[in-house]
Design a protein around this ligand. Structure first.
Ligand code: GLN
Length: 536
């Protein structure tokens, strides 16, 4: 039987609950336990796939092609193993499932209600993760206690603890302890209120994790413990980190959160091995120089929109023993001010994925600038498509080359669509086209930079796109010097391209950022940063 740890949040959103859950997951795993993670999102969208990155941040794609919440990225980066569709559930998906069953007559004419039908569906999504060999299932509830949307999940938690032996369930609640500069005091009242709210529903947290900028005094710890009905040693302080989010697990280990949870769950406390993680942190702490990388995108103002890209760059920095000096560039700024002005002094240019045509000309200008000035370049998904269009326009002389995605609907011109929609037979089509989602194989060609980065012949990377390099143009592109470094072994579609006679110019149709780990940088990001480090 598996044990369950539930993590809720209170007081404010954006407390870093995902990071904290992932950090606890890492600590438990580093003690040799087998940990499963689940993120529950209370919103009514069926999945985050169609949500605006400005509102929701990045859509994290799993190996099995699920479009999930970005917290799954934290889980993968910290805990280290692959997440799947089953590791993220939304209210929308649960309601859809229950309503479909109702239409199908599965409830025998009963009145279908939040309690018990939705709460049962919620509990079923937890029990699906319980398998022999899975020691602990960590379940994080998105949002903040008191949100209307989260109520059914909290109710399900309350029921669940009654249905399981007491030692099977632990509740962790994360809150904020604000510091009032004017009076020089930390305030515990919001935490008290948030725990009260939780207790009203019938959930008593065992552990409180308090985000704070100040040290919590013993006196305050006792006060929080007393008012929140928690043991003083179970009041955990999580201070803002000094230099890296990857410090969080170490901080939480010093506060003994993993040991406390294991004791609560009546599990033995095996020794911990965090040596690989600590080695990585040493490199983060003592970088030998900086590398200036420009990321040219269109959702630049919101950090979370390119979360995995920034993390993968950080990992590549760690692998190269340098700090990444990130220049976030709004593609439209390049359209207004020119690539040479905006990108002055950068040692590498990265164009990430994206949808629609806003800013594409800025991205293309950035790529042209990188190509012509021998600046290392990494293109990801839309970044590859823009690189192919740039090459077609400026090297092959197809002046009006474009992606079909950027053409007016109903007026698509296939004759200049170097990037196009395909049907399953690899014919160009004007409408439809299914999203290529999840991991696909790619065959890497001998002698290419991509092959030398990966070091193997066959790789698998995650995809999330509709458009592809149009096979009708591949010969022309190659005749003008573009190298196809990787193809899909089944469809022969172009997966990776690169340029000869350039220090490092590689673009991929996939999203390698999702597979990068702090202790194991992604080979393409790693070699990109190595090339950038050597650029002068
Ligand atoms: N919009 C492009 C497509 O659908 C690229 C998608 C992406 O960058 N993820 O093919």
């Amino acid at each position: 039987m598996s044990k369950f740890v539930f993590i809720t949040g209170g007081v404010v959103s954006s407390l870093g609950k995902g990071l904290t859950s992932a950090s606890i997951g890492l600590l438990l795993k580093s003690r040799g336990l087998n940990v499963e993670m689940l993120k529950m999102d209370p919103y009514l969208n069926v999945d985050p796939g169609t949500m605006n990155p400005f509102q929701h941040g990045e859509v994290y794609v799993t190996e099995d092609g699920a479009e999930t919440d970005l917290d799954l990225g934290h889980y993968e980066r910290f805990v280290g193993h692959h997440m799947h569709q089953r590791n993220n559930i939304t209210s929308g998906a649960l309601y859809m499932d229950v309503i479909q069953k109702e239409r199908h007559g599965d409830f025998d004419g009963a009145t279908v209600q939040v309690v018990p039908h939705i709460t049962n569906a919620i509990k079923k999504s937890w029990l699906r993760l319980e398998k022999p060999g899975v020691d602990i299932i960590m379940i994080e509830l998105g949002g903040t206690v008191g949100d209307i949307e989260g109520l059914s999940f909290l109710e399900a938690m309350r029921q669940f603890q009654l249905e399981r032996p007491v030692e099977d369930v632990a509740f962790v609640h994360m809150t904020l302890i604000p510091y009032l500069r004017a009076s020089g005091e930390v305030k515990t009242k919001p935490t008290q209120h948030s725990v009260q709210k939780l207790r009203e529903i019938g959930v008593q947290p065992h552990v409180l994790i308090c985000r704070t900028t100040q040290k919590i005094s013993d006196e305050n710890r006792r006060k929080i413990a007393m008012f929140c009905n928690v043991r003083p040693e179970n009041v955990i302080e999580e201070q803002d980190v000094a230099y890296s989010i990857y410090q969080v697990p170490v901080m939480l280990m010093e506060e003994k959160v993993d040991e406390i949870l294991l004791k609560q769950l009546h599990l033995p406390v095996p020794p911990i091995d965090l040596s690989q993680w600590n080695d990585m942190l040493t490199k983060v702490r003592e970088p030998q120089g900086k590398v200036k990388i420009a990321v040219v995108g269109k959702y630049i103002s919101l950090t979370d929109s390119y979360k995995s890209i920034y993390e993968a760059l950080t990992h590549a920095g760690i692998a190269n023993h340098v700090e990444i000096d990130l220049l976030k560039v709004e593609a439209e700024e390049i359209e207004e001010r020119g690539a040479a002005t905006v990108l002055e002094g950068v040692q590498g240019v990265l164009v990430p994925g994206g949808f629609g045509n806003r800013g594409v000309n800025g991205k293309i200008a950035a790529i042209q600038y990188a190509r012509e000035n021998n600046i290392p370049f990494l293109g990801i998904c839309l970044g590859l498509q823009c690189a192919v269009v740039e090459f077609a326009r400026h090297v092959c002389g197809i002046d009006d080359a474009a992606s079909m995605e950027w053409m007016e609907p109903g007026k698509e011109d296939i004759s200049r669509a170097v990037v196009a929609l395909m049907d399953s037979q690899q014919n160009v089509v004007e409408r439809g086209g299914t999203m290529r989602l999840g991991a696909y194989a790619c065959w890497l060609h001998e002698g290419t930079k991509a092959r030398s980065a990966y070091g193997v012949e066959m790789i698998r990377e995650r995809h999330r796109h509709r458009y592809e390099v149009n096979p009708a143009f591949v010969q022309t592109l190659q005749d003008h010097g573009l190298i196809i470094s990787g193809n899909n072994p089944d469809s022969d579609l172009v997966e990776i391209i690169e340029l000869p006679n350039h220090p490092w110019f590689v673009a991929t149709q996939a999203h390698p950022e999702f597979r990068s780990r702090p202790v194991d940088a992604h080979p393409l990001f790693r070699d990109f940063v190595t090339a950038a480090k050597n650029f002068s």
